[in-house]
Design a protein around this ligand. Sequence first.
Ligand SMILES: C[S@@+](CC[C@H](N)C(=O)[O-])C[C@H]1O[C@@H](n2cnc3c(N)ncnc32)[C@H](O)[C@@H]1O
Length: 230
Amino acid sequence: MPEGRQVQQMFSAIAGKYDVLNHVLSGGLDFWWWWRMARTSGAGPGKRFLDVAAGTGDSSLALARRGAEVVSTDFTHAMLRLGPAKFSAKGLASLIWASSDADAQRLPFRDGGFDGLTICYGIRNVEDRNLAYAEFLRVLKPGGQLTILEFSTPVMSGLRAFYDWYSLRVLPRIGAWISRDASAYTYLPASIRSFPDQRSLATELQAAGFRAVRWTNLTGGIVALHVGLK
Ligand SMILES: C[S@@+](CC[C@H](N)C(=O)[O-])C[C@H]1O[C@@H](n2cnc3c(N)ncnc32)[C@H](O)[C@@H]1O
């Protein structure tokens, strides 16, 4: 796991190309995965959400589309600053507030202020996940829900073989070509492989103090949605 500063440098370097690469490399599945995340999160009118590691804000947009108020936060300014123009273009700027400089391990928010907390493709990059889980529990209201959307382990062997070929051979080349940065899209498949599988992540969340932990595989487990309650 690279240090926080290296993660910030990596995302700063690719920020301008991040959205287009997401859409191209996932074949457009990214929109479906965010939509499922928002539906599972319980976001809706009158709910206040914190979207941690929000990057350029597409995960926050998915929550606001369901009517939730969202604080969209990240520790990489170059990513976060691209969100507000999209929020305005989609007519959702009144629901989303972009708040910079929030490290998942040291959130600058008061205790118990959020009905829901989401982190999409972010927890894999956090140096000390247990510090982050403690912060998530602190800022959630009692009964509030954590929703994690993250790359995971494909459950079917045929799909796994295809995914290995795609993510190790094809994805780094397309990523390097479009972003002009070879390292970020070599780091991506490596970080996915060193991240806990579905069951191990669920065990980790339970050990951290979340209850009613469960997960759903999306697209055969290429991505998984984990939820847990405070
Ligand atoms: C792959 S992007 C995901 C962005 C967005 N959630 C999405 O679904 O597209 C990962 C983001 O995590 C952020 N990140 C990584 N570690 C973090 C940390 N410790 N605290 C806050 N943000 C972090 C990075 O700056 C980056 O913007």
